[in-house]
Design a protein around this ligand. Structure first.
Ligand code: ZN
Length: 274
């Protein structure tokens, strides 16, 4: 069963709403948390401190700041630029009052995924002390392999666990997203391992529609597609994760509809996860 105390929504899920409007609507609907995307803060135009305060004043918790990463590049100067950019994002998260930055780790055409993962490990290592100093955790989010061309060379929980093992820092963990990981026959085992090592930092939910019309912007609501959201949530909870269940949906279809009706549908779909 679900109750609203763990329900968190990503600001991008209801993209047509500005951040202030979204937070007000979430608060009225009893939603407990929000994961805040950088572009939403920028559009709000009030800076990270005031935006964080506005969210907390509405009684909504800032679960996460989205997103850092993109550590890979063909040249060393560009990789250093990425590290500097991540430190800036980490600072923004701290000012916003978010405990966590999710990492979409990056991949660069023209070099192997092995090389990209090596650069990702180096980039995360170089950013971690800074994150730790300002009290921010970093969550590696493995992305579905269809994004291995240019978004992330980290495509499985196994790879994410391996990077966490190699770096070995308490502020580094994993963001499990059902959309990216549902197909993996290692998923249950790797969630268990991540749980034992206290590194499941956040959990994203939505659904994979049977034959999506768009590989980026046609995600489904929970229950609308082929993912066993309930089963994966059970594994994550059994692994010791008790944090927010974050609804993260990019959907041209849902962005086009009345967002109040959509929010009601999100809650309904969330309650229907058994
Ligand atoms: Zn996600």
């Amino acid at each position: 069963m679900s109750d609203l105390s763990k329900l968190c929504i990503h600001s991008i899920t209801t993209k047509p709403w500005g951040l202030r409007e979204a937070v007000g609507k979430y608060a009225s609907a009893g939603v407990s948390g929000i994961s805040v995307w950088q572009d939403a803060v920028a559009a709000q135009g009030e800076g990270h401190k005031a935006t964080g305060d506005m969210i907390r004043d509405e009684g909504v918790d800032v679960a996460c700041y989205v997103r850092g990463g993109f550590f890979t590049a063909l040249g060393g100067a560009d990789r250093q630029k990425a590290i500097d950019e991540n430190k800036r994002i980490i600072d923004e998260a701290a000012v916003l009052g978010a405990p966590l930055v999710v990492l979409v780790c990056g991949a660069t055409p023209g070099q192997s995924l092995f090389e990209s993962r090596k650069q990702i490990t180096e980039g995360i290592s170089a950013s971690l002390e800074h994150a730790s100093a300002v009290g921010i955790k970093l969550g590696i989010e493995p992305l579905h392999p269809m994004y291995a061309d240019s978004r992330s060379a980290v495509n499985t929980m196994t790879q994410a666990n391996a990077i966490c093992d190699e770096i070995g820092h308490a502020n580094l963990g994993i963001t499990v997203d059902v959309f990216h990981t549902w197909w993996d026959d290692r998923l249950e085992a790797e969630i268990k391992i991540a749980g034992q090592k206290n590194r499941i930092f956040s959990f994203h939910i939505c659904d994979w529609k049977n034959l999506p019309e768009d590989m980026l912007n046609d995600r489904g609501l929970m229950g609308e597609g082929v993912i066993d959201v309930s089963g994966i949530r059970k594994w994550v909870r059994e692994a010791g994760f008790s944090g927010y269940e974050e609804v993260e949906i990019f959907s041209n279809r849902y962005w086009a509809m009345d967002q109040d009706e959509y929010l009601a549908k999100i809650k309904e779909a969330y309650f229907e996860i058994k």
